[in-house]
Design a protein around this ligand. Structure first.
Ligand code: 0RA
Length: 629
């Protein structure tokens, strides 16, 4: 019997292995940057599970010179005993069988098995090698795999006092576009995990650049919220914090208002960032709006009734919940579906926030003042907007006069170029394919939206033109289905003014039309800096480095080099070829890989406080030329 099931199991393992290698994207999302880093999370998540179960308080991640990765934890260690049914060690089952986390115990919270949660076997299948070392029952065991297959048996290596797991792997270069790990990507997620799991120490070390970081937060998500507000001016020193366990659901909330106008609420379920929100978020929002309105009424501060968005202006918050069987829904499976969670979060936020306001009247007063001002500004904005609407109706047709629109009406085929300066826009109009390419000139520097309130934003000319051109409106009223172009392309000069203008535009899109960025509809055109003519052939060159390289291939005989000072110096053929012709141009898609990171960069570069901005610019002085946000 054992023999037979053993055989059947082996055949299944080989089939699984082939399936993963054949369609890696099905298991890890993609084989680009995201999928590559996902391999590390897949391993780390198992260590986090040990921490959630109370057996591990230390995890370390090392990037080696050859881009192999070592993850170490001090958990219980993967079991190595022989698995009766499969006829092989539990370790080998965990390493080779799809979805075999080994821990099917529903009583415990698990990260692995959550969002992507495909198991270490997938990492194994996609690695040139994996070496596993287990410390368990005072013994050290190890086993090695190549391309997913065991090349040694589980070997006993000696004795030890402690327990834990060490996994070293090298991603398969044949499968991934690149295996260059990025320190910042890994370090941001590890920091987040350390915030979400208080008292868990997580270290990351990069041996390629001799850089390391260590994260340990006794305050947990309280520290997280302070970190989110790091470069902002807080309205109260200590974050509001509460936690509660109800049945098998554990809920933690930390919140702190700051003087900005932005809402920044991060939600997590079993350490997974639920970017699409869900029942926990809606429970929180409902409770917040109700408690604040009740407080205003009861204390007779005002007779205004606040909308939900008013109560969240300038609020940074982290909601972290742990449940045994989360249901994930939504387009990217990052929306919590469990319906009972809404009521639980609502009731604990209501109870605790009410008490907090009663016990801290001075802080309550600050917060209430802030949100009432928000409500008034929103009302002013509504009026301003109505005025604009009426005006545009009078002017017949609601598209702005400056816009040279395209003929095509299907948004998936349409491109909008937002072009710096009237003269470049003029060239653009003759260079474009008017069938599907529209041109909108933007004059000078648009309003810095980070520093302005919403009513001002609507009354700003360039911004309101931009809003009516995209067709989507902004913020709560933003509606992606009304978007008129599925490629929105920012085209500015390749100089510092141009960079400034594109940063301002990116800030605007990120803050007010975030979904447009999330969906990948926003692009930056990369006009060339040089044109070279050699032997009647024309070459366009991106930057100084590329120019240098080209000149060394060519030598400098019989060669004409022209430098474009700005878009204005390009004629319509040149512009068509380098920016508009979809076969030849270079467009960079703007992604918000990590919304939190982006938020901080925007805040630092654009916000009120000068100190952190200077610091950031100094420490990134080299990279800042082609800052990629
Ligand atoms: C299966 C079962 C148990 C733990 C693990 C796997 C485990 C996996 C990994 C991966 C990295 N670090 C890990 N630590 C543990 C439960 C073990 C038990 O019940 O003793």
């Amino acid at each position: 019997m054992i023999q037979n099931s053993y055989k059947a199991q082996n055949i299944q393992v080989l089939k699984d292995l082939e399936a993963v290698k054949k369609r890696p994207a099905m298991y890890i999302g993609d084989t680009g940057v995201r999928g590559l880093h996902h391999l590390v999370y897949e391993v780390v998540d198992n260590s986090i599970d040990e921490a959630l179960a109370g057996f591990c308080n230390y995890i370390s991640v090392t990037i080696h010179k050859d881009n192999s990765i070592t993850v170490i934890d001090n958990g219980r260690g993967i079991p190595v005993d022989i698995h009766e049914k499969e006829g092989k060690s539990a370790l080998e089952v965990v390493m080779t069988v799809l979805h075999a986390g080994g821990k099917f115990d529903k009583q415990t919270y698990r990260v692995s098995g959550g969002l992507h949660g495909v198991g270490i076997s997938v990492v194994n299948a996609l690695s040139e090698f994996i070496e596993v070392e287990v410390k368990r029952d005072n013994k050290i065991y190890s086993q090695k795999y190549e391309f997913g297959k065991p090349v040694t048996s589980v070997e006993e290596k000696g004795n030890c006092e402690d327990s834990g797991t060490k996994i070293k792997f090298l991603p398969d270069k044949e499968i991934f576009e690149s295996i260059d790990f990025q320190f910042d990507i890994l370090s941001n997620r590890l920091r987040e995990l350390a915030f979400l799991n208080k008292n868990l120490k997580i270290e990351i070390k990069d041996e390629r650049i001799e850089k390391e970081k260590s994260f340990l937060y006794e305050g947990g998500i309280k520290s997280f919220v302070k970190y989110l507000n790091k470069n902002k001016t807080s309205l109260h020193v200590k974050p509001v914090f509460f936690e509660k366990k109800q049945g098998d659901t554990y809920i933690e909330v930390a919140m702190q208002y700051n003087s900005s106008y932005m809402e920044n609420i991060l939600t997590f379920v079993n350490n997974i960032n639920t970017i699409e929100g869900g029942t926990h978020l809606s429970g929180f929002k409902t409770a917040l709006t109700r408690v604040i309105n009740d407080y205003i009424k009861k204390s007779k501060i005002s007779d205004l009734s606040l909308g939900g968005a008013d109560t969240r202006e300038g609020l940074s918050a982290v909601i972290s919940i742990k449940i045994p069987e989360p249901q994930f829904e939504g387009q990217t499976k990052t929306k919590l579906g469990n319906s009972k969670v809404k009521g639980i979060v609502d009731s604990i936020v209501t109870d605790n926030l009410k008490t907090f306001f009663e016990e801290n009247p001075a802080i309550a007063k600050n917060i209430i003042q802030k949100v009432i001002t928000a409500a008034k500004a929103r009302e002013a904005a509504r009026k301003a907007r109505e005025l604009t609407r009426r005006k545009s109706v009078l002017e017949s047709g609601s598209l702005p006069g400056k816009l040279a629109d395209c003929q095509e009406k299907d948004p998936t085929k349409c491109e909008l170029f937002i072009v710096e300066g009237d003269s470049a826009a003029g060239t653009g109009i003759s260079a474009r394919d008017r069938k599907f390419q529209a041109i909108l000139p933007i004059r000078g520097k648009i309003l810095n939206v980070e520093k302005a309130r919403i009513d001002k934003i609507f009354s700003n000319n360039e911004i309101s033109t931009l809003i009516s051109t995209t067709g989507t409106s902004i913020n709560d009223e933003f509606d992606i289905s009304k978007l008129r172009y599925h490629k929105v392309i920012v085209l500015t000069d390749a100089d510092s003014d141009g960079n400034h203008i594109s940063t301002l535009l990116l800030t605007f899109f990120y803050r007010y039309m975030k979904e447009l960025v999330d969906k990948g509809y926003l692009y930056i055109a990369q006009p060339p800096l040089y044109k070279i003519i050699k032997d009647k052939k024309t070459y366009y060159i991106r930057d100084d480095a590329a120019l240098k390289e080209k000149l060394e291939e060519f030598g400098d005989k019989n060669i004409v080099v022209q430098r474009f000072k700005g878009l204005g110096e390009m004629d319509s053929d040149e512009l068509a070829e380098t920016v508009m012709n979809s076969d030849k141009r270079i467009l960079k898609r703007v992604t918000v890989e990590d919304a939190m990171q982006a938020d901080q960069i925007f805040t630092i570069l654009m916000g009120e406080q000068v100190g952190p901005r200077k610091e950031f610019i100094f420490s990134h002085a080299k990279e800042v030329q082609n800052l990629d946000i």
